[in-house]
Design a protein around this ligand. Structure first.
Ligand code: COA
Length: 282
C-alpha cells in the first residue's frame, strides 16, 4: 500500500487531523488538537495516514481509554479517510494500528458508535472488521449540523469489536466472508423489517427465530438529498425494529448485501446470570 501510518505523539501530528475533520464532517464538530494530544498522552490513540510523497494527511483514527461494564475498553471516536484516498485499504490499516495499540495495553474489546443507516460504514464495520452490535441509542448526539448528519435524529448503534478474537483475524485477512443476502433469503431467513416499494414495510415480531434480517436503504445520503421525509421514515422504522430485536435479546452480527439491497443479520445472544440474579447478554 503506498501509505504510511504514523502514531501521533506531538501537537503537529494531532493538528494534521483537523483539515480532514473539517473536510469529512465540517468545522462545527472538530475535536481540537490540544484535546487529542492530552488523550494520546493518557492511554488514548491517534494515528495519521499519509500517501507516499504527500505531507498532507490522507486519513486518521482517534480513540481513548474508557470503562464499559466494569472492564477497560478503548472507545474509538473518529475514523476518516479523505475522499480521494477511499477504497485504498487505509481505513483498515488505521484500525489495525489502533487494534495493536489496544492489544499492547491488554484491552480485548474496542467500541464505537455508527449510524445504522450508513450501509457503507456498516459494511466496513461488520463485514471487513467483524464487529457486532447489541445496543441502540436514539438521537445519541442530539441535532448535528455537519454534512453527514444534518436533518435527521442522530441515532446510533454501539458496535463492539473483539480484537483478540479468531473471527476478527479471519475477517481482516478476508477469509470467512459473510454470506450474501440472496443466500440468506434462499435459506428462508425471515425479515424483521423489509422494504416495500422503497418504503419500510410493517415490522414483524422478532418471535423466537434463530436468524432475522433487518433491511436498510442502500444509500441513505442519496435518499436524504432526494426525499428527506422518506429518509426519516426509514430512520424511525429501523429504530423501532432494532429496539424490539435488542429488547428480545438479539444482536446484529453481519451486514448482508445482494445487488442494491442491504440487510443486517441478527441472531439471539446467549444470556448469562449476574450476581443480582438479573439476566445479561453474554
Ligand atoms: C468509512 C471510511 C473511513 C472508509 O475509508 P477507506 O479508506 O475507503 O476504507 P478501506 O479502503 O480501508 O475499506 C474500504 C471498504 O469500506 C467501505 N466503505 C465505507 N465507507 C465508504 C465510503 N464512503 N466510500 C468508499 N468505501 C467505503 C467500502 O465498501 C470498502 O469495502 P470493500 O473493500 O469490500 O468494497 C471512509 O469512507 C470515510 O472517511 N467516511 C466518512 C467518515 C465516516 O463515516 N467515518 C465513520 C466510519 S465507521
Amino acid at each position: 500500500m503506498p501509505y504510511r501510518i504514523e502514531i501521533a505523539r506531538d501537537i503537529a501530528a494531532c493538528a494534521d487531523t483537523v483539515p480532514i475533520q473539517r473536510e469529512v464532517w465540517s468545522a462545527d464538530v472538530v475535536v481540537p488538537p490540544q484535546l487529542l494530544l492530552a488523550t494520546v498522552r493518557n492511554g488514548g490513540f491517534v494515528a495519521v495516514g499519509y500517501a507516499d510523497g504527500d505531507d498532507s494527511a490522507a486519513g486518521f483514527v482517534f480513540g481513548f481509554l474508557g470503562i464499559y461494564d466494569y472492564h477497560f475498553r478503548h472507545h474509538s471516536h473518529m475514523l476518516a479517510v479523505r475522499a480521494p484516498h477511499r477504497g485504498s485499504g487505509l481505513a483498515v490499516a488505521l484500525k489495525e494500528a489502533q487494534r495493536d495499540h489496544c492489544l499492547d495495553q491488554g484491552i480485548e474489546v474496542m467500541g464505537w458508535t455508527m449510524d445504522p443507516l450508513e450501509a457503507l460504514n456498516a459494511h466496513f464495520n461488520f463485514t471487513k472488521l467483524g464487529t457486532y452490535a447489541r445496543e441502540y441509542h436514539r438521537d445519541f448526539y442530539g441535532a448535528m449540523p455537519d454534512r453527514l448528519n444534518a436533518d435527521m435524529p442522530s441515532d446510533r448503534l454501539y458496535v463492539e469489536w473483539p480484537i483478540g478474537n479468531d473471527r476478527t483475524y479471519r475477517r481482516l485477512r478476508g477469509d470467512d466472508p459473510a454470506p450474501s443476502l440472496e443466500q440468506a433469503e434462499h435459506e428462508e431467513v425471515q425479515y424483521l423489517l423489509r422494504a416495500r416499494a422503497g418504503h419500510p414495510g410493517a415490522a414483524a415480531d422478532p418471535g423466537g427465530a434463530t436468524h432475522l434480517l433487518l433491511e436498510i436503504p442502500a444509500n441513505v445520503q442519496e435518499l436524504k438529498a432526494r426525499d428527506g421525509a422518506l429518509a426519516l421514515e426509514w430512520r424511525l422504522a429501523v429504530r423501532a425494529a432494532f429496539e424490539s430485536a435488542f429488547a428480545a435479546g438479539y444482536a446484529a452480527v453481519e451486514l448482508l448485501r445482494s445487488g442494491d439491497r442491504v440487510a443486517y443479520l441478527l441472531v439471539p445472544q446467549p444470556r448469562r446470570g449476574t450476581p443480582d440474579g438479573s439476566a445479561q447478554l453474554a
